[in-house]
Design a protein around this ligand. Structure first.
Ligand code: UD1
Length: 418
């Protein structure tokens, strides 16, 4: 198992290029299952979750070739409609094959993902949505079995809470349903807009993606598509915070500034200087970090996937901040590890009160999930002495060449095999 060793205290300087978004690449790769022919998905980041998606596509019968971040997926023949436990266990987003398989084959079997480090994370809303499109759902030995004899038909879905994966799964399923589907209280994340753009290139008829009501007029068949994955707004945000925490000066390139608005507003409140627009932001860390409260919410609110990293920043603020996690029930796993580095954090239910300290101290810490790992790396970059982050396979699920990119900004970071 690899670990990352960070000798902290270096001010980050220079330029860094953002990779394609994992959370967009995954649904786009699974959308290829909707139509026969060769699809091309480019700007795909090189990550462990993407390797898992490739394995799953191959198990289902697709032929996959990848070269320099471009995937050519030939989904002409589907040989299996089952996503096995071993893959779903390592990557929950595997459940996103349900929608495309059900729409194209009328049948799909996917292992129930179970809980994970950040909460229970059920898929009940996905399943309720498929039922509204006429699918019969049964549970059998830990697997969800969805069947739609004679195909899916359009219907009205109103999610109890906006779910990103649920919206993506239903959006894909509805493209081939008979008639019109309306998804209300849909998630509005930019990754949904990216998916809808690709589906539209395939011939799907979609209106309202990016708003809370999406309507989809089903078509008989779809064609292969070519699409470049949007920039990773969470990776970009993590670099913005890395620069801020180390009092550095960094140009983050290849992002979409419009997607960073909630974070940028909060960083400015914290005294961080940020300028730029379009596909680039320049950030300059302040001498004094001011305390700022955040509440995580669905897009366009403050992203839950940036909560752990923002908390790392607040550990060094000049005062107390309140961080409320409203999307996942158990997303404070990084707190104990940050405390081992000298952070002063108290948790009460969904809320953490972070009292800024003058310094963090390097320590051996353990990554518990993807974004928690990122917060520990950030803390390590700003801390005195040496921080060792173990179990960084979590980090490799979502950050492409992170240590190389940080080294390019002058960080003293190395990866070692344990
Ligand atoms: C996606 C992202 C993840 C991000 C999350 C919220 C991917 C691959 N992952 O996850 O990085 O943190 O959005 O922005 O894109 N819920 C239910 N029932 C359901 C579905 C969801 O109760 O059927 C709940 C979840 O437990 C959670 C909330 O809804 O509390 C939001 O989850 P959701 O938006 O579905 O997250 P994911 O799509 O799993």
């Amino acid at each position: 198992m690899d670990k990352i060793i960070i000798h902290g205290g270096k001010r980050l300087k220079g330029e860094v290029q953002v990779s394609g978004a994992k959370n967009s690449a995954l649904p786009l790769l699974f959308a290829t299952l909707l139509a026969p022919g060769v699809h091309r998905v480019s700007n795909v980041p090189h990550l462990r979750d993407i390797d898992t998606a490739e394995k799953l596509l191959k198990i289902l019968g697709a032929q996959v070739e990848r070269e320099n971040g471009t995937f050519a997926v030939d989904a002409s023949s589907i040989e299996s409609v089952e996503a096995p436990y071993d893959l779903v266990r390592t990557m929950r987003a595997s459940v996103l094959v349900l929608g495309p398989l059900l729409a194209r084959c009328g049948h799909a079997r996917v292992s129930l993902p179970g809980g994970c480090a950040i909460g229970a994370r059920p898929i009940n809303l996905h399943l309720k949505g498929f039922e509204a499109l006429g699918a019969k759902i049964t549970l059998d030995h830990g697997y969800v079995e969805a069947r739609a004899r004679g195909g899916l038909r359009g219907g009205r879905i109103r999610f109890d809470i906006p779910t990103v994966g649920g919206t993506e799964n239903l959006l894909m399923a509805a493209t081939l349903a008979k008639g019109t589907t309306v998804i209300e209280n849909a998630a509005c994340e930019p990754e949904i807009v990216d998916l809808a753009e690709a589906l539209t290139k395939m011939g799907a008829r979609i209106k309202g993606a990016g708003s809370d009501t999406i309507s989809i007029e089903g078509v008989r068949e779809l064609q292969p598509f070519a699409h470049a994955v949007m920039p990773d707004r969470i990776e970009a945000g993590t670099f913005l915070i890395a620069a801020a925490m180390t009092r550095g000066e960094v140009r983050v390139r290849g992002l979409c500034a419009a997607h960073q608005e909630a974070l940028v507003l909060k960083l400015r409140e914290a005294g961080v200087e940020i300028s730029g627009e379009g596909d680039e932001l320049r950030v300059k860390g302040p001498r004094k970090i001011l305390p700022v409260d955040i509440r995580t919410c669905p897009y366009p609110g403050f992203p839950t996937d940036m909560q752990a990293q923002f908390m790392a920043l607040m550990t060094l603020a000049d005062g107390a901040s309140v961080i409320s996690e409203n999307v996942f029930e158990n997303r404070f796993m990084h707190v104990c590890e940050l405390q081992r580095m000298g952070a002063d954090i108290a948790i009460d239910g969904h809320t953490a009160v972070v009292r800024g300290v003058k310094k963090l101290f390097g320590a051996p810490v353990m990554a518990t999930d993807l974004r928690a790992s990122a917060s520990l790396v950030l803390a390590g970059l700003a801390a005195d002495n040496t921080t060792e982050v173990a179990r960084i396979y979590h980090l490799d699920r979502g950050y492409e060449r992170i240590e190389e990119k940080l080294k390019g900004l002058g960080a003293d970071v190395e990866r070692v095999r344990e």
